[in-house]
Design a binder for this molecule. Structure first.
Ligand code: SF4
Ligand code: SF3
Length: 543
């Protein structure tokens, strides 16, 4: 195996024996095999794409296939073997239908049995691209479209589809099999960022059309005295169906991790058994799931390999998988998923153990922030808000992420943090106060709601008549997995400069490519709190 797609990769270089995330070598190789075949499918589907045809089977297999390979989504060997068989069947069907002449190995290779697949899977990994810079750019693009597939999946299940997005994902996969120059690959990575904005905008539309615009909300972080179900991940449709099916059953529903922002959607507030958020970000799940006592539903990443003590209470659904965990099958024929097994399970369990008390404030997506735009603009004009610091992105388990807590605590009191994603858990309970009624931590939602932060920044730029780079906004982004890669590419495609990235720079960015990013965008690693704050606060605000 060789995997360097996430921030916690071994020794900052690559996981080669087993993943720091717990992914076994065999599974890592099978994930490489699957994405290899998805490239083959994309090649075989070229004529259909060019003719503007729509092929749902292709789109879904590629979207969900890529999504399943993102960090902490699926650890299940059987899942990947099945998907690989499905991919070969579809590829061969397309190959015959369109009389494909391309002889790339991903188009022509076929196994005789599962052993062949396992053997081949060790030969199609990332390191087959020998040139370090080309590899870097190919992988950046692939990780970008993995993130895109995840966001597209959520819009897709809510009925929002866009051929441009699925076509781009396929074109990007094909591009990684061609002899493209570094310049051409840089251009494609920027295009990936542009499509990232489009995908996040589509998801925003899907979420807000289905569930309303998130509203400023004080979310309960304590517990009640009923048995509960904990739902984690990013999939709002799963949450909706779970809430519907738990009505009147005496069971409470709590969110965990990236599901926290769901508490701000008007449609979910009507459910009396939807009581709040339990716990913190994904990496604390071993302790927190243990104490929850009831069943837990993982709708997307981040799943941490579960402890035996609570393993029987963890259910997966969608693209999430782990050997030995119960899996709730996908929707069929327009019907909801069937959560009755989890509900039955919950009835037999004790109420959750209390972790904390009180409330946290969320729900500042673009609609609510733009609703108080005048207030914010006045606070900027009067000098009460001197600077916004975008601290969106991911959280992770490494100790050096304490930096973000201390950074938030040390920021001058006339600064406001704009956040989205699970990165927020490092500072959303610090009680950083308000400025004229505007919270100092403006939480836009999940990582995909970084789109809201873009809308807010663009609105401020318009009001002040300057570019985003001239606004009193600094970026201190924390990344971990591939959705954050897409968010980063999206910001770069908008021309945002001076982004500070941490806690460490991606291992997949080679030194030469890093130079390009520094030259073009002045990307920089974070260093220490004092110097980083000085650097950000010293930047001249717009007047
Ligand atoms: Fe290693 Fe991250 Fe890949 Fe897991 S996802 S194997 S931790 S690089
Ligand atoms: Fe977090 Fe896994 Fe990235 Fe959606 S839940 S942001 S890490």
């Amino acid at each position: 195996m060789f995997c360097y797609q996430c921030e916690e990769t071994a020794k900052g270089k690559g996981c080669t024996v087993v993943g720091i995330c717990g992914k076994k070598a065999e599974v890592a190789d099978l994930q490489d095999m699957l994405r290899y075949l998805l490239k083959g499918i994309s090649i075989c589907n070229t004529k259909s794409r060019e003719a503007g045809e729509y092929n749902e089977e292709v789109d879904e297999l590629i979207m969900d296939g890529l999504f399943s390979t993102i960090t902490n989504a699926n650890f299940d060997k059987k899942f990947f073997i099945n998907k690989i068989h499905q991919a070969i069947k579809l590829r061969d069907k397309l190959r015959a239908k369109y009389s494909v002449e391309n002889t790339h190995d991903s188009v022509t290779w076929s196994p005789k049995n599962d052993n062949d697949i396992i053997k081949k899977s060790q030969e199609v990994g990332i390191l087959t691209t020998k040139d370090e810079d080309i590899r870097s750019l190919r992988e950046m693009l692939t990780f970008g479209v993995k993130g895109m597939s995840a966001y597209y999946h959520h819009a897709y299940v809510l009925g929002y589809k866009d051929k441009d997005i699925s076509n781009f994902i396929q074109e990007a996969l094909v591009a990684t099999t061609r002899n493209l120059s570094a310049d051409e690959l840089v251009t494609l990575n920027m295009k990936c960022g542009e499509m990232g904005i489009k995908t996040m905008a589509l998801l925003d539309k899907a979420n807000t059309s289905a569930y309303g615009n998130p509203e400023p909300t004080n979310v309960n972080i304590g517990v009640r005295n009923n048995p509960g179900i904990l739902i984690s991940g990013h999939d709002l449709k799963d949450l909706e169906e779970l809430l519907e099916q738990t009505q009147g059953k005496g069971i409470d529903v709590y969110t965990h991790g990236e599901m926290l922002p769901a508490n701000a959607y008007p449609k979910f507030k009507k459910y009396k058994n939807f009581v709040g958020n339990y716990g913190n970000s994904w990496w604390l799940q071993k302790e927190e799931f243990e104490k929850f006592n009831g069943p837990i539903l993982l709708t997307t990443n981040c799943l941490v390999p579960p402890k035996d003590s609570y393993k029987d209470r963890v259910y997966t659904t969608g693209v999430v998988g782990f050997e030995g965990l119960k899996h709730i099958p996908n929707r069929k024929n327009g019907k909801s998923k069937d959560f009755s097994e989890i509900i039955k399970h919950a009835k037999k369990t004790s109420p959750p153990e209390k972790l904390e008390d009180g409330k946290i404030t969320i729900g500042f997506a673009h609609n609510s922030v733009l609703g108080v735009a005048d207030k914010i603009i006045n606070a900027v004009k009067s000098g009460k808000i001197k600077r916004f610091i975008v601290m969106a992105g991911c959280d992770g388990r490494h100790k050096q992420r304490e930096y973000y807590t201390e950074f938030a605590r040390a920021l001058p009191r006339d600064t406001v943090i704009l956040t989205a994603g699970c990165a927020k858990y490092r500072y959303n309970k610090l009680g950083l106060g308000e400025i004229d009624g505007i919270p100092r931590v403006i939480d836009a939602g999940q990582c995909n709601d970084s789109y809201s932060l873009v809308v807010i920044a663009q609105k401020l730029a318009e009001v002040f008549g300057v570019s985003v780079n001239e606004l009193p906004i600094s970026f201190n982004i924390a990344w971990y997995e591939q959705k954050a890669v897409l968010v980063l590419l999206s910001l770069l495609s908008l021309g945002v400069k001076n982004i500070m990235l941490g806690p460490v720079l991606p291992a997949f960015v080679s030194p030469n490519i890093l130079n390009v990013l520094v030259e073009k965008f002045n990307i920089m690693p974070n260093t220490n709190i004092e110097d980083d704050i000085k650097k950000m606060v010293a930047e001249v605000p717009a007047s």
